[in-house]
Design a protein around this ligand. Structure first.
Ligand code: SAH
Length: 679
């Protein structure tokens, strides 16, 4: 069956109706899922297996039959572990139909058909009884329903329900408990992901400072978790203000309550500073004794020998509503509030009135300043990047004249404010702009119209002499989606003066061949996992990745995923914003020389914007930092990664294919970039 889905094309802005296969969504889900990453997580898998074996033994020692409930079975892995460990029967629950189907196949292939019943339901729909899905309640509860924040995938309500209806009292649980840890830090870098720092503008008539509105000062932001590969954050980027402390833990073998609540700990700062950020991670004990422990602790907490790279579980960064000065040795109170799915933090100097837990109202944070709704964390970081701002200021100073009529096309941008301070007579601004606390309401006009619907009355019959854009659009996923600026520029052509200045004047697409330290794992087949054949899953992922006719590049923030360059960076396409978008396709072919030995996992692509003569900014590679080829990436942007379907490995340069050939085509009608590589 085919269905029609409407969406705005992220590059061209055109509304399009795509005929989509009914399977489109689930292929997307599988292709982008973390199943492969979980199956590669050796540390997780071996510890689950140990914990499951121990739980089955404990039940058997009591002379009971081991009946397992595995909620969220995925590939069926944990049920197969239980069956191999001697469990008498397993109920494997999986809500996602394609996965449940895969589990049936995998269970069958591994010879567990008689021991494992796969049930394609949400666990809360499962029935128990002679005619039910389960004959009786289970005495071993096995799950892996955790995300980086532990509870974000709904583990708490699922456990709450399971204890009420699906398992016996006193059941064994694997994992047995989870513990959430926190550490208070000061970090200008991370704080810049949540607050707008003052922007200094050296204008002709003196220095101007753009300040954030006062509502932002104490704004608690949005409750969505900020999960990152904290192991990529150098210790020079933050100052530890407290020891690591246990915030709360959950015993999964006992009834679990999911209702909103809070936990409070007393902290004694080990250093004076500004408390801004709470770093957090968790560990799970697979058995009651705590001997089988799987931890997400970052590098400065845990011995490197215990290190396991994983992408499905990372670490959390929580932003305090406002920064709080703390003094070494002077106690403070940190409160973690949670609802069923998320956690947030508050810091208090004194304990306040002793509140009774039962009457505490835990209010979910709501952004009051609007900025956190408009800008995500990397965008905050980008706007606070002073070096980047300086480049824009320098270029604006080159192009703006006192009588300039300026139109800015970008989402949630500060460029109109900069342009105003730098002397533009009038600034027109497209799209979202949330606050004008700098009292520029009469200087900057916001036009809420799509570019193709712009009329001369919007512009008060003026012609635009300077057209600017960062370009940045919230709808962009891949680097080249911001080429929407070019389409918008084309749409407003009739409103531009004949000698209009466009900033950026052009953009270019760049590419480099890389070897990833770890990221390759998310796209590599697993084969067997702990001795179980999971090739069905590999095939399913491969099939979903190839579901679209042309393979696609994927966005990844590469500062979190180290790689080394195997080739020089190469410019592959250019886009001239001074002209309108051409009718014909832009395509290029060539080869890129491999200079270092290593595994060619894929190509990384990014955009560079040429703001004015000699002023460019890169949204990708910042530099190659040493002769080993280690790369430094723009920390506020995602780059495009095109994984090669076969990886070439070379021990020496002489057995390298000396080059990778490529063909890249930018279809100006659809805004799509198609790529093909040959190794
Ligand atoms: N157990 C597997 C897969 C874990 S991923 C492994 O450890 O490798 C978690 C899976 O749980 C996902 O496939 C998701 O669809 C499923 N899931 C989450 N909550 C569920 C619930 N309440 N009932 C049934 N399935 C659930």
């Amino acid at each position: 069956m085919k269905t029609f889905c409407g969406r705005a094309n992220p590059t061209t802005g055109a509304m399009e109706w795509l005929e989509e296969d009914e399977n489109y969504d689930y292929h997307q889900e599988i292709a982008r899922s973390r199943y492969a990453d979980m199956l590669h997580d050796k540390d997780r898998n071996t510890k689950y297996y140990q914990g499951i074996r121990a739980a089955v033994s404990r039940v058997k020692e009591r002379g009971e039959k081991a009946i397992v409930l595995d909620i969220g079975t995925g590939t069926g892995l944990l049920s197969m572990m239980a069956a191999s460990a001697g469990a008498d029967f397993c109920y494997a629950i999986e809500v996602f139909k394609p996965m449940a189907n895969a589990a049936v196949k995998i269970v069958e292939k591994n010879g567990f058909r008689d021991k494992i019943k796969v049930i394609n339901k949400h666990s809360t729909e499962v029935t128990v009884g002679p005619d039910g899905d389960m004959q009786c309640r289970a005495n071993i509860l096995v799950t892996e329903l955790f995300d980086t924040e532990l509870i974000g995938e709904g583990a708490l309500p699922t456990y709450e329900h399971a204890h009420k209806y699906l398992v016996q009292e006193g059941c064994e649980a694997v994992p047995h408990r989870a513990t959430v840890y926190v550490q208070l830090v000061e970090s200008k870098r991370m704080w810049s992901w949540s607050k707008l720092f003052p922007v200094h503008v050296e204008a002709e008539d003196g220095e101007k400072i753009i300040v954030s509105p006062s509502e932002m000062e104490n704004c608690p932001g949005v409750p969505s978790v900020c999960d990152i590969q904290l192991n990529q954050m150098p210790s020079s980027d933050f100052t530890v203000l407290s020891d690591v402390v246990t915030m709360f833990s959950v015993d999964f073998s006992k009834p679990v309550r999911s209702a909103p609540t809070y936990y409070r700990v007393q902290l004694e700062p080990v250093k004076s500073g500004k408390a801004q950020i709470v770093l957090s991670w968790w560990d799970i004990d697979m058995d009651p004794s705590g001997m089988i422990n799987c931890t997400m602790a970052p590098y400065w907490v845990k011995p490197t020998a215990a290190f396991q790279w994983r992408d499905h579980w990372m670490q959390c960064v929580y932003f305090l509503p406002n920064e709080e000065p703390v003094l070494q040795g002077e106690k403070v109170y940190l409160t973690a509030c949670r609802d069923e799915y998320s956690v947030w933090y508050k810091l208090q100097k004194d304990r306040g009135e002793e509140e009774k837990k039962s009457d505490v109202r835990v209010e979910t944070p709501v952004c009051r300043c609007q900025a956190h709704l408009l800008w995500n964390r990397p965008r905050f970081g980008q706007l606070n990047d002073q070096n980047r701002t300086r480049q824009y200021i320098k270029s604006l100073m080159k192009v703006l004249k006192t009588d300039s009529v300026c139109l800015c096309i970008s989402d949630g941008s500060l460029l109109p404010v900069l342009a105003h301070y730098l002397g533009a007579k009038q600034v027109q601004y497209f799209f979202l702009f949330f606050f004008l606390s700098n009292h520029l309401e009469d200087k900057i006009k916001i036009i809420e119209a799509r570019p193709e619907l712009l009329t001369s009355s919007h512009l008060e019959d003026k012609k635009i002499s300077v057209l600017v854009g960062e370009p940045f659009f919230t709808t962009s996923l891949l680097p080249w989606h911001n080429l929407y600026f070019w389409y918008a520029r084309t749409a407003v052509t009739s409103h531009l003066t004949s000698n209009v200045t466009v900033l950026p004047q052009s953009a270019s697409l760049h590419m480099m061949i890389v070897e990833f330290q770890d990221l390759w794992r998310i796209r590599s087949p697993c084969g067997t996992c702990e001795g179980f054949d999971v090739r069905t899953m590999d095939d399913m992922i491969k099939n979903s990745l190839n579901f679209r006719e042309s393979k696609e590049a994927e966005p990844h923030p590469l500062w979190e995923y180290p790689c080394k360059s195997l080739s020089d960076p190469q410019e592959v396409l250019t886009f001239d914003f001074r002209k309108t978008v051409p009718q014909h396709c832009l395509s290029t072919e060539g080869s890129i020389k491999l200079l270092r030995k290593g595994k060619s996992h894929g190509a990384v692509l990014w955009m560079e914007y040429h703001l004015a003569t000699d002023i460019s900014i890169s949204t990708g590679l910042m530099q190659i930092s040493n002769e080993k080829g280690n790369c430094e990436w723009n920390p506020h942007c995602k780059q495009a990664v095109y994984f090669f379907s076969s990886v070439i490995e070379s021990e020496t340069l002489s057995d390298l294919p000396s080059a990778v050939t490529y063909a890249i085509n930018f279809d100006t009608k659809t805004g799509d970039i198609a790529m093909d590589f040959k190794l």
